[in-house]
Design a protein around this ligand. Structure first.
Ligand code: ADP
Ligand code: ZN
Ligand code: ZN
Length: 669
């Protein structure tokens, strides 16, 4: 009797043996086929990972495979190696990794039948490739000189410097060499422009996109096109890094610093880091591009003490002739009384744009009308009953809403505690700025762009269209607006409320702030009209703003890295986080305390475990949350420790409602 070892989507660190029915004879090339097998009382789809000569279980106990599915070719060995790497690195069960990275349509027994896909893709007409700038030529020549094989490049170029054009030339070369290309982007929602640009340049390359807004059937179809080699270019969000591509010859990660490359549940992987592993494994080049690289990548490309692991390529100037970087200025808000949050200088600048028929963007990274509603009589504040957080006032919908658990209630007419009729909004969000600007500039057409006004890709595209057609004079928006868009008439950006991130408890906050401001500044004056950026701040002398005014990312990054090295933070140390949640904090902390008291900890000398502490948002949706930080100067020591410890964690007795997970290289604290 032949035995097949099968990976299943279950949270266990093991495979399952099944008998192969007498009708079938499987051979080595069938490893990687999908199978339908009985599991418990149900049937499940699994993947054959081995055809072992014998099983650890008595043959009589093994069940038989119901069907060997041959609708899809066997998954290839490099796909297995990628899954194995991720399972080991991120401490996730291998079966779960393998199945969860397949499109849902291929791991379900009854996938929905394909509906006609509605492509949102519009082609802006096909464009000739421009003559390259000197800097673009140098970057491309450096890569061409390196020839074949693995090599990681960090393409650091200011916004509008022509990074995308560099990608397109690399794609062209790869396609001519008969290779496939994988282009990773942070949020496809925000980048229909890139999709259109790639399609216009390579109309016959069978470009497919892979992202979460596709229907299940469309996603399966596109994935198959890539796997079967019909699609030569794949443009996708983080999950697409797992797409098997037989001729893969180049990976590009655009906006490589973006935190949406990090998966936030299940296997918490970083698609950028997985991409680097995949490129190395396959022996192909990878390009990480950004105007504000992650500090990890910057250190990899510039650390002078160790041989640089990435090659740094720089584009200092904007590609379009005469398109200069915007002038960035600080407005010291200590010197004047603000008018509903606006400085006189910013209001005046907006007014000038209105007179000239140009667009302004007011940037505030907080949606809603106000972050909290308060009673000045008794001190009541709008708390979420399920979270340790405030309910945000959404005046446009007349409700209070929790941004953590989604809880909603009507705005009360008076104070729920003392009946006082005069309850007040405290602080400001984008909705309020919209209202303030409408009062101040009644003639202006104002458009708000945040996750409330652009919930779906369709809504987002409709808003973007409106901006393009010049149907808006003032845009009010969150970081959603900061990414990937050229609005030719936009010449002014005003940033409000940026200071909060300077002194945040999260030591990564300045890195994110700098990137956001740099991106949002990059929106101004991209075409013929020069741009201006005004940053309202109470700390005009802060080095972060000083570097921003000079568009000097390297100065900012090097300063931050120095601080991180002194403080012993990543990338100079390696971290993992054990997080737990349960209805009672006592249970949560008890679990983490047991985890920390693991008797074999002493054998892992290079690893340090901190004390368990409640998370900043200590309660969410009625679950009390805490975490335990693990740190080591050695990546390997940390990995060895996590491998052994992870097994031990499964054996800790805890209340049945306790949930925990391990995150390697956590980004948020
Ligand atoms: P980035 O990706 O760095 O933001 P893009 O590749 O989008 O920059 O280029 C910004 C603008 O400059 C685009 O409008 C693009 O068409 C244009 N561009 C890029 N390279 C060149 C070039 N070599 N000559 C002229 N225009 C260029
Ligand atoms: Zn009250
Ligand atoms: Zn809540």
């Amino acid at each position: 009797m032949q035995i097949a070892r099968v990976a299943l989507d279950v949270p266990l660190h093991r495979f399952f043996d099944y008998l192969v029915s007498e009708r079938e004879t499987l051979c080595a090339t069938d490893v990687g086929l999908r199978v339908l097998v009985p599991f418990g009382r149900k049937a499940k789809i699994g993947i054959i990972v081995d055809l072992p000569a014998s099983s650890d279980f008595p043959i009589a106990q093994l069940k038989s495979i119901e069907t060997v599915l041959r609708d899809l070719p066997a998954l290839p060995p490099d796909w297995f190696r990628l899954s194995e790497f991720c399972a080991a690195y991120y401490q996730a069960p291998l079966g779960e990794v393998m199945l969860s990275t397949l499109p849902a349509g291929l791991r379900r027994i009854d996938p929905p039948t394909a509906r006609k896909s509605q492509s949102l893709l519009k082609l802006p007409p096909p464009q000739e490739a421009p003559e390259l700038t000197a800097e673009q030529k140098t970057a491309l020549a450096t890569m061409a000189d390196d020839g074949k094989g693995f090599k990681a490049y960090l393409l650091h170029g200011v916004t509008g410097s022509g990074k995308t054009e560099v990608y397109l030339r690399l794609v062209e070369t790869a396609l001519l060499a008969g290779q496939q290309v994988l282009l990773l982007v942070p949020e496809i929602n925000l980048t229909p422009q890139l999709e259109a640009r790639v399609a216009a340049r390579f109309p016959s390359a069978g470009l497919v996109s892979l992202h979460s807004e596709l229907s299940e059937a469309a996603r399966t179809r596109n994935w198959r096109a890539a796997f079967e080699g019909r699609a030569r270019i794949v443009l996708g969000t983080r999950l697409s890094i797992f797409t098997p591509m037989p001729d893969l010859g180049l990976i590009v990660v655009d906006e490589e610093h973006d935190s949406s490359f990090k998966q936030q549940d299940g296997m918490r992987y970083s698609a950028r880091d997985v991409a680097v592993f995949r490129a190395r494994e396959r022996g192909i080049p990878i390009v990480l591009g950004s105007a504000t690289p992650s500090l990890e990548s910057w250190a990899n490309a510039t650390d002078s003490r160790t041989p640089a692991r990435y090659t740094l390529l720089t584009l200092h100037e904007r590609a379009v002739e005469n398109a200069r970087l915007p002038v960035v200025q600080r407005i010291d808000t200590r010197l004047e009384k603000l008018q509903n949050g606006f400085s006189g200088a910013l209001l005046l600048a907006i007014e000038k744009r209105l007179e000239r028929g140009e667009q302004s963007l007011v940037f505030l990274n907080r949606r809603g009308y106000a972050p909290v509603l308060t009673c000045t009589c008794c001190g009541w504040i709008s708390h979420c009953t399920r979270c340790a957080a405030n309910l945000v006032l959404h005046l446009a919908d007349g409700c209070l809403r929790c941004h953590h658990c989604g809880f909603e209630s009507r705005v009360p007419k008076g104070c729920p505690t003392c009946g006082n009729q005069d309850i007040q909004a405290f602080g400001r969000g984008t909705q309020q700025l919209e209202v303030v600007l409408a009062e101040r500039f009644p003639q202006a057409r104002i458009l708000r762009i945040d996750r409330d006004s652009a919930k779906s890709r369709k809504q987002w595209e409709a808003l973007v269209e409106q901006i393009y057609r010049g149907e808006a004079d003032i845009l009010v928006g969150t970081q959603m607006l900061a990414k990937g868009h050229d609005f030719p008439k936009l010449t002014l950006v005003g940033a409000l409320g940026a200071d909060a991130a300077l002194f945040a408890a999260d030591w990564r906050a300045p890195e994110r702030l700098f990137a956001q401001l740099m991106q949002v500044a990059g929106r101004a004056g991209r075409a013929a009209l020069p741009g201006e950026v005004l940053i309202q701040t109470q700390f005009p002398d802060h080095p972060l703003y000083a570097a921003l005014v000079r568009h000097d990312y390297p100065a900012f990054a090097n300063e931050q890295l120095k601080e991180r090295e002194q403080a012993g933070f990543p990338p100079y140390t390696y971290q993992a986080m054990l997080r737990a949640e349960a209805p009672l904090m006592a249970d949560t902390l008890a679990f983490l305390t047991s985890a920390r008291a693991w008797p074999q900890l002493g054998m892992h000398g290079d690893v340090m475990l901190y004390d368990p502490v409640p998370m900043r948002l200590a309660r969410r949706a009625n679950l009390e949350r805490a975490q335990l930080l693990i740190e080591s100067p050695s990546r390997r020591a940390l990995q060895n420790f996590l491998g052994a410890w992870g097994v031990a964690l499964n054996a800790i007795k805890a209340t049945s409602r306790l949930r925990w997970h391990l995150e390697v290289d956590p980004l948020e604290f």
